[in-house]
Design a protein around this ligand. Sequence first.
Ligand code: ATP
Length: 642
Amino acid sequence: MSDNAPNRETHGFQAEVKQLLQLMIHSMYSNKEVFLRELVSNASDALDTLRFQAVADDSLFEKDPDLAIWIEVDADNRTVSIADNGIGMNRDEVIDRIGTIAKSGTRAFLDSLSGDQKKDAHLIGQFGVGFYSSFIVADRVTVTTRKAGEQTGIRWESDGGGEYTLEELARPGRGTEVTLHLREGEDEFLEPVRLRHLIERYSDHIAFPIKMRTEGDADEEKAGDWEQVNRGAPLWARPKSDIDEDEYKAFYKHVGHDFDDPLTWTHNKVEGSQEYTSLLYIPKRAPFDMFDPQRQSHGVKLYVQRVFIMDDAEQLMPRYLRFVRGIIDSNDLPLNVSRELLQSNRVIDRIRAGSVKKLLGLLEDMAEKRPEDYAAFWSEFGPVLKEGVVEDGDNREVIAKLIRASSTHDDDPAQKVSLSDYVARMQPGQEKIYYHTAESLAAAKNSPHLEVFRKKGIEVLLLTDRVDEWVMAHLTEFEGKAFQSVAKGALDLGEAETDEEKAEQEKLENESRDLLERLKAALGETVGEVRVTHRLTDSPACLVADEAGLSAHLERILKEAGQSIPMGSKAHLEVNPTHPLVKRMDGETDDDRFGEWAHLLHEQAVLAEGGELDDPATFVRRMNQMLLSLSGDGGNRDGAAA
Ligand SMILES: Nc1ncnc2c1ncn2[C@@H]1O[C@H](COP(=O)(O)OP(=O)(O)OP(=O)(O)O)[C@@H](O)[C@H]1O
């Protein structure tokens, strides 16, 4: 892949990059000044990385320890350059990082965007607009860079079409310089005043000096010297009272690589036996790959005494808070702390416990005082936070309080009902918190299992997130009330059922003995027990798992995940003897025909709860036969009806 110039190679962009570049140029145009913030943010990260690596090897400073970022305008050539003396990149790194997007699923996500979504800066922005935002204002971008400690520099150049060129070059200083050749009409960025203004607005919090040339109008002598244009101190180290909302938001965009503002944040300085500062943010939106196990997240960064140590210090945050972004700066850890050392470290354990507490407190507070924000949070991150019920036994109760669900109270698809709301609405005599898990809200709310609950006005939580089965296996009680799946075990409504109702039920059971036996004989091992239902008022039958067994919904999840289903008891068939269809069956004297009815009843029950039939064709044949016989044309046409 080389062209005519000596030592110059031409490479093609990865397809995703090409696609993203085009989308970005169009969707971001009205926010075009973001390029400056992004390039300064990258430069700051590169300085952080150098400073960290130099802790172990100070030769990397190459006698140039004053870390900074320089912004320079060349009005004649219509360029703006952003330079740093940070870690730099070697040839392979340039290819890997500036021509490739590592996030898996990017392609599929980009392909799935509709026309309008393609113009939505916030959707595109979730990739972290980063370096590519240069092309919003530039029609050619040149990067020259040399990695600290290495000999050869490299020059990268592209017009943002499909290709870029690479060329080796001698570069005495380490670090990176990005030069933007501005598009026609973008001359506003040649105005130093405009650039200063943008730095003040978006990059003031950058902890390294950002320097620009002094302007010479008042004092010609000094014109051309470099002067620092930002405050240059880490934001989190400043007193809270000194920092305004916009500064917090600007810092979030840098640290969280997000284009949007955060939803909320918590900033804490802990003193005493442990000293650390945390500034933790909750984003507005979940990244598209939130549930991708391979996702590379921009989580929480660890600093030690204001020196950046590492990104994504997963020991600082439990998995169920993986959406949190921000920094933790410890005064107690050594500067040369490694990932391995963090693994079983008491300091880290305490910082994590403290931070989790703060975050859960922040969520509690938001739930109470800003319910609309909390609803927005829940709809983005609810399923992730729920994992905490399983993962974090110590905080299970607090997390349970934060859970929101749909329920039969209003059948609203927005998950709004808290467990406390539910308990407050429990019927007199009701002892349990009832819930139903299903694949979708439609399947949940129309499930036959809910019939008796609806009739009696007993609320049932409708749980439709994938994690719910797993969560409910760990959540056994709330405020002293046990949880009960409406699709499991023998139903006991306790005192919510009157004595008359109980007597009637018993009578019905006695009268139905024969019917139940015939059904069990016809269905054999297809089902566990066959019994009279408590649950149904309108449907003829439903399936019920054992108390300790797997619900049909969980069985399906496991099957889809390719897991083997533990051999347990079969689901039990519950029938409603008062249903006209069941009554009619009871009167059927032909055993073969009764058998067909019985299977049909079972198959219906499987379908009604969203299940799949083992043998759908036979079901269809039975169904057709039944329809024909009901229309008075059955009996002799068995074969033809199939
Ligand atoms: N000034 C720089 N010095 C050293 N490396 C850099 C510099 N700018 C960019 N890089 C490297 O290129 C990578 C890609 O940069 P880019 O801005 O596209 O994304 P990012 O900063 O990783 O994340 P995001 O896209 O979420 O902002 C960076 O992760 C970094 O490794």
